[in-house]
Design a protein around this ligand. Structure first.
Ligand SMILES: Nc1ncnc2c1ncn2[C@@H]1O[C@H](COP(=O)(O)OP(=O)(O)O)[C@@H](O)[C@H]1O
Ligand SMILES: [Mg+2]
Length: 212
């Protein structure tokens, strides 16, 4: 089987990489066998899944891999339709770059301010370098933690238009259920009615990335 590999990267911490990785993976797992690769030595994805109660385990397996990523991803990928790689918040170790050399797409969550977008310039440069080895890599900016019920500000929209990497139409809003699902080792798909608006926006994101 030829798997699709989605890296989630940003050299800044706290932009939503792990939150996106976990929820994206659960959404993808409804369409095909999915695995999460925790490439962050801090191990947050593994810790998140570890919080699940034994009687209700996290629905997607997480394995921690930080070395030999390209080889390991190719080997493990044969058994899965979708791989989601939660990358570390740094470019210094080369781990994120290695993940991207074997990825179909890299999703870059950013907070909805131009400053946060500009902070990704170094990542955009790193992606250009990776494209020398993987010219099919498709990078996308994903605006995360957008204020509930408000649109992207004009300044932010303009900054996105001028940025080298295209932004997805889909955004994730700032919602308590993303935080709460993490505290329970769960995902927004498993939070009943309060998780619905969030799981719908993750589904919309999945639709968009699978067809782009
Ligand atoms: N859309 C969102 N709505 C509300 N809280 C969010 C959202 N995305 C992320 N968070 C919270 O922001 C913090 C940082 O997110 P995290 O996924 O750990 O970022 P990273 O992996 O990039 O360091 C966490 O407390 C997380 O629960
Ligand atoms: Mg993280």
């Amino acid at each position: 089987m030829l798997s699709q590999v989605f890296s989630v990267a940003n050299q800044k911490g706290g932009t939503g990489k792990t939150t996106l990785s976990m929820n994206l993976a659960v959404g993808l797992s409804k369409r095909g066998r999915t695995l999460i690769i925790d490439a962050d030595p801090q191990g947050s994805a593994g810790q998140w899944a570890g919080l699940s109660p034994d009687e209700n385990p996290f629905p997607v397996s997480v394995i921690s891999i930080t070395s030999n990523l390209p080889r390991e991803i190719k080997r493990i990928g044969e058994d899965y339709q979708y791989l989601v790689v939660d990358c570390p918040p740094t470019l210094e170790t080369g781990v994120a770059q290695k993940a991207m050399t074997v990825s179909d797409k890299v999703l870059i969550p950013i907070l909805p301010s131009p400053v946060d977008l500009w902070a990704s310039v170094r990542l955009a440069e790193a992606i250009e370098q990776v494209k020398i080895y993987n010219d099919e890599l498709q990078p996308y900016i994903l605006v995360n933690q957008l204020e509930p019920r408000s649109a992207i500000s004009r300044g932010m929209r303009q900054a996105l238009e001028e940025f080298d990497i295209p932004a997805l139409d889909s955004c994730l809003r700032r919602r308590a259920v993303y935080r709460n699902s993490a505290l329970e080792g769960s995902s927004v798909y498993c939070m009943g009615k309060r998780g619905e608006p969030a799981s719908q926006e993750v589904d919309a994101l999945i639709e968009e990335i699978l067809k782009s």
